[in-house]
Design a protein around this ligand. Structure first.
Ligand code: PLP
Length: 336
């Protein structure tokens, strides 16, 4: 794999830290838990979309775009970071917001929604859950064109092969860093949503013959369709990165036991995980993605999924601005 051949903008100086979590490790009495701090990536308030946007925005600029169009849910971190990247590049940005939970859009809401407005979104259109989002974005793009602009559509989560290269590069960063630290990473755990993070990591580890297994905790989809989607995306990503081999089907593990009633809807395990990370390690997670992923990490550790002396690396994909949009779920009395 030779990523330096592919145009890339840079939004983070250097690498994000890998840190040991001593109190959580002691609390679980299981594997050693480490965290990759991708919540500290660049652009407004950080998070995993920053890595993907480095490649996607380079493409938008190469194509001469002046307006970026993308889509996400009402508290989308992806929309916040795409808007932030557009601001950084001197471009305009329009957002198509999907109300995945009925009536969940509130113009006055805090969290990422407040940041959409602060960062100066040019247009924000809200559509009901289940809308054909690609068609919706195409319509917005046609409007930009007829106004004399040059639109560029970024798919939801920036989870196309170009965006997923951001997590191929993260896999390479982890391999280099863990070598420097003399840290044998035995297992990686990440959120699995639109899939670019999980698919990119697998493509990167596989393409570098590292053999590190990745377990993705689903925040929305069922296991079987998510694994099939990841396989397709990982292979397209590998081809783009110039890998010599296909990623085998068996390289994907999705656990869908921590979604709860649905995307962005709170679970007691999520609340407990957010409080555990905050109170034991001073690390802020988020209710929609990393809270549920950490609930999966904790649940799996308690079930003996990881050997007791192994080193498990949890990818902190960001999202903490959403904490301020779900105060009741975050501060609820947690069982567990
Ligand atoms: C988008 C997002 C994810 C999921 O990543 P995908 O690449 O879409 O699977 C995880 N955590 C946070 C905070 C996110 O915003």
């Amino acid at each position: 794999m030779h990523l330096a051949r592919i145009p890339r903008r840079r939004y983070t100086a250097g690498s994000t830290p890998i840190e040991f979590l001593p109190h959580l490790t002691e609390h679980l009495a299981g594997p050693n838990i480490y965290i990759k701090r991708d919540d500290l990536l660049g652009l407004s308030a950080g998070g995993n979309k920053t890595r993907k946007l480095e490649f996607v925005m380079a493409d938008a600029l190469a194509q001469g775009a002046d307006t970026i169009i993308t889509t996400g849910a009402v508290q989308s971190n992806h929309c916040r970071l795409t808007l932030s990247a557009a601001v950084r590049e001197g471009l305009k940005c329009r957002l198509l917001i999907e109300e995945r939970v009925e009536d969940s859009y509130d113009r006055e809401a805090s969290g990422n929604n407040l940041l959409f407005r602060l960062l100066g979104v040019e247009q924000l259109q809200v559509v009901p859950g289940g809308t054909d989002l690609m068609a919706g974005m195409q319509k917005m793009a046609n409007q930009v064109t007829s106004d004399g602009g040059k639109p560029y559509i970024v798919p939801g989560g920036a989870s196309n092969p170009l965006g997923a290269l951001g997590y191929v590069s993260c896999a390479q960063e982890i391999l280099a860093q863990s070598f420097e630290m003399s840290l044998r990473v035995d297992h990686v755990v990440c959120a699995s949503g639109s899939g670019g993070t999980h698919a990119g990591l697998v493509a990167g580890f596989y393409g570098n013959q590292s053999g590190i297994p990745v377990t993705g905790i689903s925040v929305r989809a069922k296991k079987a369709p998510q694994e099939a989607k990841l396989h397709e995306l990982a292979n397209a990503t590998s081809r783009l990165a110039g890998a010599e081999r296909e990623v085998p089907t068996g390289a994907f593990t999705v656990i869908d036991d921590y979604v709860g009633p649905g995307y962005s809807l709170p679970t007691t395990e999520m609340t407990a995980a957010i409080q555990t990370f905050a109170r034991l390690e001073g690390i802020l997670l988020d209710p929609v993605y990393t809270g549920k992923t950490a609930a999966g990490l904790i649940g799996l550790a308690q079930q003996g999924y990881f050997p007791a002396d192994s080193n498990v690396l949890f990818i902190h994909t960001g999202g903490s601005p959403a904490l301020y949009a779900y105060p009741d779920a975050v501060l609820a009395e947690a069982q567990g």
